[in-house]
Design a binder for this molecule. Structure first.
Ligand code: PNS
Length: 159
C-alpha cells in the first residue's frame, strides 16, 4: 500500500494545502496529514485547533488521516512505517528551504525517507498561512484563501 505523509504547520490550513491533499489522496492509498506540534514556535492556533480544522476540511476524503506529531519527522515516519514525505512547492523561493529539508531528512534517515514535491496549483501560488494570518489579524477579507469553517475560526480569534 502506497502511503505518504504531508507534514506542516497548517496555521491555518489554506486552499493551497487542501489542493495538495486532494491531489495526494487521488495518487496514494493513504495520506497522513501531520501537524507539527512544536513548542518552540508560537502558533496562532493550538495544535488541537489545527488538527480539528484539517479534519473538518478533509472529512470527505476517506483515505486521509489527520494527526499531530512532535520531534523529528523521520522518527514519526518510522513509527508510521511510511517512507515518503510530500511537500508542496509554490515558487523558486520555496525551493532552497525545501531542498535543505528533503536532503537533511534523507541523510538523517540513512537514505530511507524520500521527499516528493507537488507543484501548487497556479491559483494558489501566492498563498501562505502567514499571509492569511496577517490579513485576518487586521480584519481583511480572507474568504478567497480559506474555507468557511477556517474563516469562522479566524474571525473568532481576531474578534
Ligand atoms: O509548514 P511548515 O512550517 O513549512 O512545515 C515544516 C515541517 C513541519 C515540515 C518541518 O519543520 C518539520 O518536519 N519539522 C519536524 C522536525 C524535523 O524533523 N526537522 C528536521 C528536518 S529539517
Amino acid at each position: 500500500m502506497a502511503s505518504i505523509i504531508y507534514p506542516g504547520s497548517f496555521d491555518p490550513v489554506t486552499f493551497g494545502h487542501i489542493d495538495i491533499i486532494k491531489r495526494a489522496s487521488r495518487n496514494y492509498d493513504l495520506v497522513y496529514v501531520s501537524v507539527l506540534d512544536n513548542n518552540q514556535k508560537t502558533p496562532l492556533f493550538t495544535v488541537e485547533e489545527r488538527v480539528k480544522m484539517l479534519q473538518d476540511v478533509t472529512k470527505d476524503f476517506d483515505n486521509v488521516i489527520v494527526e499531530s506529531f512532535s520531534g523529528l519527522l523521520i522518527d514519526y515516519a518510522k513509527k508510521k512505517k511510511v517512507h515518503m514525505v510530500l511537500r508542496g512547492l509554490r515558487a523558486l523561493t520555496d525551493f532552497e528551504y525545501e531542498l535543505h529539508m528533503a536532503q537533511t531528512n534523507s541523510i538523517i534517515s540513512g537514505g530511507t525517507l524520500e521527499t516528493v514535491f507537488m507543484s501548487t496549483d497556479m491559483e494558489y501560488s501566492y498563498l501562505s498561512s502567514s499571509t492569511v494570518r496577517e490579513v485576518a489579524r487586521y480584519h481583511g477579507d480572507v474568504s478567497k484563501f480559506v474555507p468557511d469553517s477556517v474563516l469562522k475560526c479566524l474571525n473568532d480569534k481576531f474578534r
